[in-house]
Design a protein around this ligand. Structure first.
Ligand code: DP6
Length: 366
């Protein structure tokens, strides 16, 4: 058993963008044993994003008897492990330790390569990197699906970053969450003709986290009652559209679904509004472009924030880009493509010194 201790593993994981959104968790009494398990009220569907030198998390981890407690550095800063939000997310590490049959403590050093103050979510890539790296460091032999189940406990959307390409997260029915897992529907090379742009709009700090926001929506929105069934149907429909490489059908589902989720946010008491005026200008611009072309040239989707993710065919990329450039307040568009799941990096990429088992001094990450 000791053989797997003191092994530094470094992993890169990418974020994902939901095309059919997850918004709402099962509550006690709704076939959910433990709210900490993060069980969703609907299935969702995503693409994993690869933007090259940005939009990813790098995490190094080592388990060693030398450590008395878990230590976690995020973006160069030592984190307070007593922080309840952090300890909830670290349940994932407990699960990996259980699978490995050890209680050994870990040093974790993680860096998010996301643009400064972008407000782009790094929790999915962060939790996926953490779980994948921990499992590899402890030599846990289990399926990627099982690892997605564990990543889900850290953050729902993280389970989808456990795979590359087009990913389905099945809501599952079991109160223990063992069937609420992600799986790859199509690989990252299945539809190479697609292009993705993440467009950042200027924003003030996010008013309410997705975690708090979705809780409030489930508790107060009447409209939300329709949502799980709609999303469930769309997860099936979008898989058909991707299988047939039917861009028009896929684009329609993506746009309808993001607006449906945002409608339930608006219907929340008090209302939650993540979109800003620039997001709305993007919506009108894309709808206008599609109208002019007489087909769906591109689709927009928005998570719990004002930034847009635009998906188009490579042939339409220039026209879409030009249209976006004309919008006041669009600060930057990052080009991405559909990417792979977590990857193990070489020792030279490690954020931990393999001899001293101390964090390496690294350049300011952000
Ligand atoms: C709008 O996965 O961040 O991005 O499970 O509470 O950690 P927790 O929430 P999180 O919510 C993501 C919500 C979303 C839609 C999606 O990614 O499907």
């Amino acid at each position: 058993m000791d053989a797997m201790l003191d092994k530094v593993v470094t992993v890169l994981a990418r974020p994902n963008m939901a095309l059919v959104k997850y918004w709402g968790k099962r509550r006690l009494g709704e076939d959910c044993g433990d709210p900490k398990l993060n069980l969703p009220l609907n299935s969702s569907f995503s693409i994993t994003l690869d933007a090259g030198h940005e939009l990813f998390t790098k995490t190094s981890i080592v388990f060693s008897e030398r450590f008395e407690r878990d230590t976690f550095y995020l973006d160069g800063k030592l984190q307070d492990m007593d922080n309840p939000e952090l300890s909830e997310r670290f349940l994932t590490i407990e699960k990996i330790r259980e699978l490995a049959g050890v209680k050994t403590k870990a040093l974790i050093v993680s860096v998010n390569y996301f643009p400064t103050a972008s407000g782009l979510a790094s929790s999915a890539s962060g939790l996926a990197a953490l779980v994948f790296a921990a499992a590899k460091a402890l030599d846990v032999k289990t399926s990627q699906e099982k690892l997605s189940e564990i990543a889900r406990i850290g953050s729902g959307s993280a389970c989808r970053s456990m795979f590359g390409g087009f990913v389905v997260w099945e809501r599952g029915r079991s109160p223990d969450g063992t069937d609420s897992v992600a799986r790859q529907a199509f690989g990252e090379d299945y539809w190479r003709d697609l292009s993705v742009m993440v467009c950042m709009t200027s924003q003030k700090k996010k008013k309410i986290s997705s975690r708090a926001g979705m809780k409030q929506t489930v508790a107060t929105s009447e409209l939300y009652r329709l949502r799980p069934e709609i999303a469930e149907r769309r997860v099936i429909e979008i898989q058909r559209a991707v299988k047939d490489k039917d861009f028009d059908a896929m684009a329609e589902i993506i746009m309808a679904d993001t607006m449906n989720m945002h409608a339930t946010m608006l219907d929340t008491r008090p209302p939650i509004m993540y979109l800003n005026d620039i997001s709305k200008d993007i919506i009108y611009a894309i709808e206008g472009l599609n109208e002019e072309k007489g087909r769906k040239a591109c689709a927009y989707t928005f998570d719990a924030g004002p930034h847009a993710c635009i998906i188009c065919r490579k042939d339409d990329e220039k026209d879409v880009m030009n249209r976006l450039k004309g919008i006041d307040g669009v600060e930057r568009c990052i080009k991405a493509r559909i990417g792979a799941g977590p990857e193990i990096l070489q020792e030279s990429d490690s954020l931990i010194d393999v001899d001293t088992l101390l964090p390496k001094k690294h350049k300011e990450a952000r």
